[in-house]
Design a protein around this ligand. Structure first.
Ligand code: CTP
Length: 474
């Protein structure tokens, strides 16, 4: 097969010509070739040559119209050029064909050079092991020893070699396999999947950063639940994310039972994914009920309940983020906040007072829309009537929130008198009283007892301070 038309541009001709003058064979290989066939646009190009990838990169950089810096990773035998052309930022990585397993981020130095076939043998999946020649004579010729094209057409993920070898070369590939299956909506060949089951314990030797990077990619796919189903069935999930597996199962006593919180969470995650591309909103969906197994309680009269799971869950977020090497910054705080508040909008339905709505707006702040997406996604009842009732109640709450926000501007609300001012006015040093007075003003505004206005706040402060026996400075 000739794929010339797909790579017929200055970049590939230039690299091919340089390879010709160096008298070496060069190919574009891996994900870029896969994505050409899948018609997925990509700007990450991997070039493999039968010789020194670093030398080829250096010569290419010299020949480019705009002279370019080459980043060289000597012990890995790779070199990288960033190049702007054809309206895009290209990342071109060069490597010499090798006999041992290929991993871009491998810490192992390369030892032995190999042929193209050696190199293709040690790649992860047949769909990622195709190469296209870029030397002038053979420009565009596809080299596909494992029928990657056929696997793309039948939508199958399969390893080129015995999967036990491919996965033990780099156990992260078990996660890559599930991630590709989800992203591309492909099936995993049963023998390949069986090998993941057999080798799942080996994931323990992989760094958490690499694991989390894959989890994030899975979460960002169109139907992220697919990944988690496969991770669970393969045995990987209980190793990398035991809290998630703990959500599985239904318990019942007589007529009373509770839903399977694992399946429910997956449904919520897919619902959120339909409405938002925000990675951390998807994490909030994964974690919203994470504390349920720890908060489960059975009562003969009322059945099962999970009181306090939103509070406990928001505490668990930090522990999980730490272990997963996810950022412990405002993104984590955002997830904690959403987990903590995820029941609030629905609870408002029962008592949709202005003051309760103001408090919810105040606590959610600018994340109120995301909270409402999570909350709406959390309505997964199979009972259509019940579901419709919840949804229409939630719409009511939303309407009320809009009205109150327009009127009172609560979501970015700050108490109109600062702690420093209170200290100055009443001759106080930093102490509990300052906090009490500030909270009293905040509550009075949120409860609607005074307007969100500095003058009213100062008047109110005066009366509160008097109650505490404080004297105002003259
Ligand atoms: N590769 C591999 N084993 C790995 C990682 C990568 O064999 N653990 C090979 C595959 O041939 C892959 C190529 O290196 O196609 C490039 O890797 P990378 O850029 O990480 O992945 P892509 O396949 O391009 O896909 P994505 O960018 O979505 O990760």
């Amino acid at each position: 097969m000739n794929l010339k038309a797909h790579i017929d541009n200055d970049i590939f001709h230039l690299i091919g010509n340089v390879a010709d003058t160096m008298n070496i064979d060069a190919y574009v290989v891996g994900g870029y070739v896969r994505d050409i066939i899948l018609k997925r646009p990509s700007t990450d190009i991997d070039i493999v040559c039968i010789g020194s990838g670093i030398e080829l990169a250096k010569q290419v950089a010299q020949t480019l119209p705009q002279k370019k810096k080459v980043s060289i990773f000597k012990s890995f035998g790779t070199a990288m050029i960033h190049y702007y052309s054809l309206g895009k930022d290209w990342q071109i990585e060069f490597v010499g064909a090798r006999k041992e397993s290929y991993r871009r981020d491998s810490r192992k130095p390369i030892v032995e050079n190999g042929t193209l076939q050696d190199d293709q043998n040690r790649r992860d999946f047949t769909i990622n092991a195709m190469a296209i020649s870029i030397n002038e004579q053979t420009f565009g010729e596809l080299l596909d020893p494992f029928d990657g094209i056929y696997d793309i057409n039948r939508q199958i993920i399969r390893t080129p070699l015995d999967p036990d070898i491919t996965f033990s070369d780099d156990p992260l590939r078990m996660l890559r396999c599930i991630r590709f299956a989800t992203q591309l909506n492909f099936s995993i060949l049963p023998e390949t999947f069986e090998a993941i089951k057999r080798n799942c314990e080996r994931i323990k030797i992989i760094s958490q950063e690499r694991i989390t990077e894959e989890l994030n990619k899975m979460l960002m796919s169109r139907h992220p639940s697919l990944s988690f189903q496969l991770l669970d069935r393969s045995g990987l999930l209980k190793i990398i994310f035991p809290e998630f597996v703990a959500l599985k199962g239904v318990e019942s006593v007589g007529e009373k039972s509770h839903k399977d919180n694992f399946l429910h969470t997956l449904q919520v995650l897919d619902n959120v994914a339909k409405q938002s591309d925000k990675l951390f909103l998807r994490w909030a969906a994964v974690l919203h009920d994470i504390a349920k197994p720890l908060c489960k309680h059975y009562d003969e009269k009322t059945g099962y309940s999970f009181h306090g799971h939103e509070v406990k869950g928001s505490y668990m977020v930090e522990k999980i983020f730490r272990r997963m090497h996810l950022p412990l910054n405002e993104n984590m705080k955002y997830v904690q906040k959403l987990v903590f508040l995820h029941l609030r909008p629905i609870a408002l339905v029962e008592q949709v007072t202005d003051s309760a709505v103001r408090r919810c707006l105040f606590e959610a702040g600018d994340d109120i829309e995301d909270l409402l997406i999570l909350c709406q996604s959390d309505i997964t009842s199979k009972n259509i009537l019940k579901k419709q009732r919840y949804l229409s109640n939630l719409r009511l709450v939303q309407k009320k929130m809009k009205e109150i926000e327009e009127k009172d501007r609560i979501r970015n609300f700050k108490v109109p008198v600062s702690g420093e001012e209170i200290m100055e006015m009443y001759n106080l040093t930093p102490c509990k009283t300052v906090g009490i007075l500030k909270d009293a003003i905040k509550d009075a505004i949120l409860d609607g007892n005074i307007a969100n206005d500095r003058e009213e706040a100062l008047k109110f402060l005066d009366s509160e301070a008097k109650k505490l026996g404080l004297k105002k400075k003259e």
